[in-house]
Design a protein around this ligand. Structure first.
Ligand code: HDL
Ligand code: ZN
Length: 443
């Protein structure tokens, strides 16, 4: 079953000439169209403890940890000595009881609690802990994916992570709703230690790139591509990323990653503009943002016209430039409102300028979820902003003399929510899509 064959209760080819009617149809289609979540830090159930869920994990999300330190009077050392539950209690008291949870990450937890019928203004976490503790994991996963309208979850998979590798090296498969992405940060951004690690595993690699180093690193990637069957390769890059860069990163990209992308027909996702460890005392919450040079990505696209690139930038100041670059290079597919951009005010702005410059030839969002239930809020909040931006564009089209039909709205949203990604990575229509829609239709 494809999304366009679903009956949303309207004449699919009637022109939507009434503004209020038009907006209602757009909101309904955006709310119910399943999405492929192309970048998350979630794990399939088979990964055990790596798969995070529940209220204590939700409240100790690094976004909320950073916000808590702004309002709680506690030292870094005292906080990090606390148990997960003690940290969650402090976050709840600080951001949700003593203050109003109006930040995007805090409001997200409220959206999740509300979705499960839990008290969103409780004094403590007793009820929430009881609820999540009592859930059947398999049923809960299906319910979350249905509420979020997510048909497929793309993970972030690191071949250097020992805990994760043990699962991949096992002979069991993984839940078909979860797909892999081969994350290359340690190889591309930490070449010296990656080279030592690979040499230690018996690959003929040396940090000076001598001998058969490039071929041996490609052999390492071939092994993991065979194991993970990733949909794409990805790397996060600093705000000062340059290409050509004349450094080890440049050699790894040119001599290893790009030839591997060609050989396996795998897109390469560039996530640019992160400044790691701005405040190390905050640990995972300590990264910052910097405006990057979009022309570096343009040169990569120009020099490798046969490679498909996905790109997202972390700085709001880079978004318009990325849209213009994507107009110049058909092998560049912008995606998502990443991390510090995933706020309604900015998602609305970015989506509007992407529609104006790229039509529907982009991917509006990914969740970046780290904890399962975040899918519920990240997609509910994003769908609202995306629907408003899309309805505005259809209204302007109406003013120009062209009304859209319901079928056209469904076609456009399906293209942005899954079609563009499926085409980019060569992914067929999966059963997961129908499953998500069934649950949502029941809502
Ligand atoms: O590098 C990344 O993929 C980022 O998304 C980081 O994981 C970041 O910590 C994050 O969770 N952002 O939402
Ligand atoms: Zn991420």
């Amino acid at each position: 079953m494809t999304i366009s064959s679903l009956d949303f209760g309207a004449a699919p080819h009637a022109r939507l000439n009434d503004r209020a009617d038009l907006r209602r149809h757009v909101e309904e289609v955006v709310k119910r169209t399943p999405v492929i979540d192309l970048h998350t830090h979630l794990y399939a159930p088979e990964f055990g403890a790596l798969s995070l869920s529940g209220i204590d994990e939700l409240l100790t999300y690094h976004y909320l940890v950073a916000e808590t330190f702004r309002s709680a009077r506690i030292s870094y050392e005292s906080f990090w000595r606390m148990s997960r539950a003690e940290q969650a209690d402090l976050v709840w008291r600080t951001l949700f009881v003593e203050n109003t949870p109006v930040s995007e990450a805090a409001r997200g937890v409220v959206t999740v609690l509300d979705a499960f019928g839990l008290d969103t203004a409780a004094e403590d976490l007793h009820e929430a802990r009881e609820f999540f503790r009592g859930q059947n994991a398999a049923e809960h996963l299906g319910r979350v994916l249905g509420l979020a309208g997510v048909s497929d979850v793309v993970m972030t998979n690191d071949p250097f992570d020992a805990q994760e590798a043990r699962v991949w090296e096992g002979d069991g498969g993984i839940d078909r709703r979860f797909r892999a992405a081969l994350r290359m940060d340690r190889l591309i951004n930490g070449w010296e230690s990656a080279a030592a690690e690979l040499a230690g595993r018996g690959f003929g690699v040396d940090a000076g790139f001598g001998g058969a180093t490039a071929a041996e690193v490609r052999r390492f990637l071939d092994v993991w591509i065979e194991r993970m069957r990733p949909l794409y390769m990805a790397v996060s890059l600093p705000d000062d990323f340059n290409y050509p860069g004349g450094d080890a990163r440049d050699r790894v990209i040119r001599e290893v990653v790009l030839p591997t992308a060609r050989e396996h027909s795998l897109p390469f996702a560039l996530m640019v503009g992160v400044r790691r460890g701005v405040n190390p005392a905050l640990r995972m919450a300590g990264d910052g943002v910097g405006r990057a040079d979009v022309s570096a990505v343009e040169r990569l696209c120009a020099e490798n016209a046969d490679v498909r690139f996905l790109a997202t930038f972390l700085s709001r100041e880079n978004q318009h430039e990325l849209c213009v670059s994507a107009r110049k290079f058909p092998n560049l597919l912008p995606f998502g409102c990443w991390w510090f951009l995933n706020n309604p005010s900015i998602v609305s702005e970015i989506t509007a300028e992407r529609i104006e410059l790229l039509g529907t030839s982009f991917i509006p969002q990914h969740s970046d979820a780290r904890i399962l239930e975040q899918l519920v809020y990240k997609w509910k909040h994003s769908r609202r902003s995306i629907a408003n931006a899309l309805a505005d564009s259809y209204e302007r089209l109406l003013e120009s003399g062209r009304a859209v039909t319901r079928a056209e709205v469904e076609r456009d949203v399906t293209r942005m929510f899954s079609g563009n990604f499926r085409a980019w990575v060569g992914m067929g229509a999966e059963a997961g899509e129908a499953r998500a829609v069934e649950v949502l239709a029941a809502e």
